[in-house]
Design a protein. Sequence first.
Length: 185
Amino acid sequence: MITINLLSSKEKKDITFEKTNISIISSFVVLLIVSVLLSIVLYTIHDLQKENLKALSQQAASVRQFLDKEENKAMEEKVRKINYYLITINKNEKERTRFSKSLAEIASLTPDKIRLFNIALSKEEKKFEISGNAKSRDSLLQFSEYLEKSEYFENIESPLSNLISPTNINFSLTGGLTEKALTNR
């Protein structure tokens, strides 16, 4: 195929220049349209954010107003006091020694002929005191021996007055508490 160019070189340059100008102007128009659309989208987002901020500010003011009421301050003070009491109770409960196993041990070691009137256990002094009535001297000596063999008690002391009468003896025994009795939880 043969191509014949009937245009002069100046006309060729003009046409090329015109095509380039149209191309540049088209690109500029497209860029302008995209910029306008992007501006509209950003402006819309900005307005939405402004409305959200306004709504959040109103909610915060409402919450602040609610919290500033006197009845809520009184309620907060009550909650603080209850929390303080709970912390104190929890701390005391953790530090408390439970003597239930020691008392169960005393009950299991007590012969039938012994009646107990008083049992005092002291964690601080690591001592105990038991008072009661024994029908016979033998039952009192047996009870004292049982306590001495127990894992919970040690160094049992019985005053001589406990042994004077052979029957119907009002007695008092004292002694130490072992670590097992003190750490029993």
